[in-house]
Design a protein around this ligand. Structure first.
Ligand code: NAD
Length: 555
């Protein structure tokens, strides 16, 4: 039996080809009505398909026509996932040609709704579910995965899904969605990807009481047993898939920082919520500097929310400011945090470890507005998941302090954004340099069309992942994320900047990812972390290696 099938009942013939109905049920190889007459003869498909052979172009038309009939975004999501389950090549062709339309469906914001309702819309499993019940048997569970050559794993424990909190095993929508973006945006071969959910229970009472909840109906495992399970997961993955990059995704911040710290030097590992977010935000700030003409090292940033995203962004800003000539201490002093208990200052007690480097000497402040008045930041970054917290008085205050205030409302999904694009532009008389985590429509102010930048992590992680995979990097470093941020900002054209756009059009994402992957390969080489020689022309090499959603012709 061939190991390369996605279906457990696959039968291959003596030449190793999967045939008949098994082939039609293998989403990696199924071509549906596109199998031609000779292939139908060769592969035992005669009679199993309607007689008329349709080109892939024709199939795309049919998919788009059906897609347009779906009444809402969740139905569109279900339709696309069904397609992915049937025919991955066609799925990727459709997604890649309609990225700006479909990315908000297969990823944020719609994927958030899908995760909330995952148990109710569940059709077929994708990826691997490793649960607390598998303790001591994780290696055996990994053996059940039908592909041996896995290069990219996205793993969550479902505790902090987007800004939606603990969704337990239903968080699986996130690794599935991110894996799709790895292929659609970064050209990672689909057969080499693996989404994983580690189900340690959930503390979400609504889910625990839902008879259709798909995960273990028990409270979260914590402490030592949790750490042991993750350790077993990590060592088993490294043994089974030694070439895999592991991306930690949507872990709660109590675990995210610890796990990143613990594993980043033990393998090719990163946390997208911390490091990917940081790079996309830093790229937005580099673009903002191109608009204002200012220097990053001269800015002062105030973050609302001191979790994974905020601290990750600040840490990378500090790295970039230090690279631009500041000392570490000077750079940290330019980043301030406001959390649920007010401004993060030195004399606050019981601060989480990750906040301590940013707890500067300063009187306590109870409100964000007072903190802005006192610190006079050039930019505010919302990463708290509290919608509406960038109020009109706050935006007006930022606009009196700055000619071009930087306002990043990064919380996802759209319903959690600290302010809308329209609020930011209207309340600042069109002067705000705005970016958000989820997409917003353009806004016209005094005849000027302002196009909000979406600081979507998809600009960064597929390219970083591709670069790490192609260079077979031993580790993923901050320098790689800095290079990714610089490269991304460099891809924004002057005309885009003139409309306030901080990121390149999403439809350019494959060439952006190629440029980022080449930059990451270069850093891996310079840092001695690469296990492959740097090609003479890294961008051309990367482009050659990127997945193209074309059918293989058998005859
Ligand atoms: P997190 O849970 O690690 O951190 C949230 C932080 O916000 C915590 O420090 C919490 O104390 C603080 N907070 C909560 N309510 C607050 C309030 N009313 N005032 C001040 N602080 C408050 O979560 P995270 O991973 O840092 O993500 C935060 C948000 O950022 C989420 O909505 C997430 O979707 C978004 N995010 C966006 C991007 C992006 O735009 N590319 C990437 C990652 C995360």
């Amino acid at each position: 039996m061939s190991k390369r099938s996605c279906v457990p009942w696959e039968k291959a013939d003596s030449s190793g080809l999967t045939r008949g109905v098994n082939l039609l049920h293998d989403p990696l190889r199924n071509q549906g009505t596109s199998f031609n007459e000779k292939e139908r003869d060769l592969l035992g498909l005669q009679g199993l398909l309607p007689p008329r052979v349709l080109s892939q172009d024709g199939q795309v038309l049919r998919i788009l026509a059906n897609y347009a009939l779906k009444p809402n975004d969740l139905e569109k999501y279900i339709f696309l996932i069904d397609l992915e389950d049937r025919n991955e090549t066609l799925f990727y062709r459709v997604i890649m040609e309609n990225l700006s339309l479909m990315m908000p469906i297969i990823y944020t914001p719609t994927v958030g709704k899908a995760c909330q309702q995952f148990g109710h819309i569940f059709r077929r499993p994708r990826g691997l579910f490793i649960s607390a019940k598998h303790k001591g048997r994780i290696a055996e569970v990994l053996e059940n995965w039908p592909q041996d050559d896995v290069r990219v794993i996205v793993v969550t424990d479902g505790e902090r899904i987007l800004g939606l909190g603990d969704l337990g095993a239903q968080g699986m929508g996130i690794p599935v969605g991110k894996i799709s973006l790895y292929t659609a945006c970064g050209g990672i071969q689909p057969a080499t990807t693996l989404p994983i959910t580690i189900d340690v229970g959930t503390d979400n009472v609504r889910l625990l009481n839902d008879p259709l909840y798909i995960g273990l109906p028990q409270c979260r495992m914590r402490g030592e047993p949790y750490d042991q399970l993750i350790e077993e997961f990590f060592t088993s993955v490294q043994a089974r898939f030694p070439n895999a990059l592991i991306q930690f995704e949507d872990f709660a911040n109590v675990n995210a920082f610890r796990l990143l710290q613990k594993y980043r030097d033990r393998g090719c590992v990163f946390n997208d919520d911390i490091q990917g977010t940081a790079a996309v935000a830093l790229a937005g700030l580099y673009s903002a500097m191109r608009i204002t003409g200012g220097r990053l090292r001269d800015q002062t940033f105030l973050f609302q929310g001191a979790g994974e995203a905020g601290i990750g962004i600040a840490d990378l800003i500090v790295t970039a400011m230090v690279a631009a000539g500041l000392s570490d201490e000077q750079a940290r002093r330019r980043c301030w945090f406001f959390d649920t208990k007010g401004l993060v200052v030195r004399d606050r007690t019981h601060l989480a470890d990750h906040k301590i480097p940013y707890a500067h000497p300063h009187p306590r402040m109870e409100t964000l507005e007072d903190s802005i008045q006192a610190l006079r930041p050039t930019g505010i970054l919302g990463v708290s998941g509290t919608p509406g917290s960038f109020t009109r008085p706050i935006l007006e205050k930022m606009s009196t302090l700055n000619k071009r205030p930087i306002v990043f409302a990064l919380s996802n999904p759209t319903s959690k954004a600290e302010c809308t694009a329209e609020e930011a532009y209207v309340w600042s008389q069109g002067r705000a340099i705005f970016a958000s985590g989820s997409p917003f429509e353009p806004v016209v102010i005094d005849g000027n069309t302002l196009i909000p930048g979406q600081g979507n992590n998809a600009y960064i992680f597929p390219g970083v992942g591709l670069g790490a995979v192609l260079s077979r990097a031993r580790h993923v470093t901050s320098e790689m994320f800095m290079a990714a941020a610089r490269t991304l900002a460099g891809e924004v054209g002057q005309s885009e900047l003139s409309h306030g756009q901080l990121y390149p059009p999403i439809d350019n994402i494959r060439s952006v990812s190629a440029a980022i992957a080449a930059a990451v390969f270069q850093v891996a080489d310079t840092q001695g972390l690469s296990r492959k020689p740097l090609p003479d022309d890294p961008i051309a090499y990367v482009r050659r290696k990127m997945y193209v959603p074309k059918y293989k012709r058998y005859a």
